[in-house]
Ligand binder design. Structure first.
Ligand code: GCO
Length: 253
């Protein structure tokens, strides 16, 4: 059963000082992976790295802006020089903004799309060049239910996550010949910082629990199994796919 092993694999997770990104770091680290944290705040990264180190997880941290091509290129060179070859890239960094479509200003719109869609391109390109050279690697883009459907007030997020689903397929079909698999994980509604206000809203909370066949919000720990699977050799012939961890949301009318 060691096909599911990720022991000693080096895993770079963007946006991993908190939220789902940190949950991936903690979960894959506990499963034996060596974690490379990323975020823009050195302080938050130091705090997150300390939490992982307390659990005996081998951890590195690299602060860089994943939307800035120069910073991304320099960071990937630095990470591979200091930590060694990146085996798995998880493009998790993302943000959301909520407003009626007609009230969005261009700056906010592009800010969401840059982080959610441009950063997986930039980081995927920089890490992909290394993996192509090694003829081996795994990438996981973190999409969303909003890659498949829309709800009012989150148009830039929806557009970016729809694009990320298709970017996953585009990367997959080009990288496959280099033995680099690219897949996505689409979380349903999870109780994270990003969704704090939504979960506190009784009507929204009721809608999520009613619309989700499992009748509840997801726990970030419930995303770890899919991430381990897509980071392991058990998924070597799977690429361009999205695993939805959504409590049955997309299975239901
Ligand atoms: C929202 C939520 C969603 C969830 C998640 C669902 O405003 O509807 O923030 O975007 O976070 O993406 O898959």
């Amino acid at each position: 059963m060691n096909m599911f092993s990720i022991e000693n694999k080096k895993v770079l997770i963007t946006g991993s000082s908190q939220g789902l990104g940190f949950a991936f770091a903690e979960g894959l680290g506990t499963a034996g992976a060596e974690i490379i944290l990323n975020g823009r705040s050195e302080d938050k990264l130091t705090e997150a790295a300390a939490k992982l180190a307390e659990k005996g997880i081998k951890t590195h941290a690299c602060a860089f802006d994943v939307t800035n091509e120069e910073q991304v290129s320099a960071a990937i060179e630095k990470i591979e020089a200091e930590a060694g070859p990146i085996d798995v890239l998880i493009n998790n960094a993302g943000m959301i903004a909520r407003s009626p479509f007609e009230d969005f200003d261009a700056k906010t719109w592009w800010g969401v799309v840059e982080l959610n869609l441009k950063s997986p391109f930039l980081v995927g390109k920089a890490v992909g060049k290394k993996m192509i050279g090694r003829k081996k690697g795994k990438m996981i883009n973190i999409t969303s239910l909003l890659s498949e459907g829309a709800r009012p007030t989150i148009s830039p997020y929806t557009a970016s996550k729809g694009g990320l689903k298709m970017l996953t397929k585009a990367m997959a079909v080009e990288f496959a010949k280099h033995n680099v698999q690219v897949n996505a994980i689409g979380p349903g509604y999870f109780a994270t910082e990003l969704n704090k206000t939504l979960k506190a809203n009784k009507d929204f909370d009721n809608w999520v629990c009613t619309r989700t066949p499992s009748g509840r919000w997801g726990d970030p720990k419930e995303l770890i199994g899919a991430a381990i699977f897509l980071s392991s050799s058990a998924s070597d012939f799977i690429t361009g796919q999205t695993i939805y961890v959504d409590g049955g949301w997309l299975a239901a009318l």
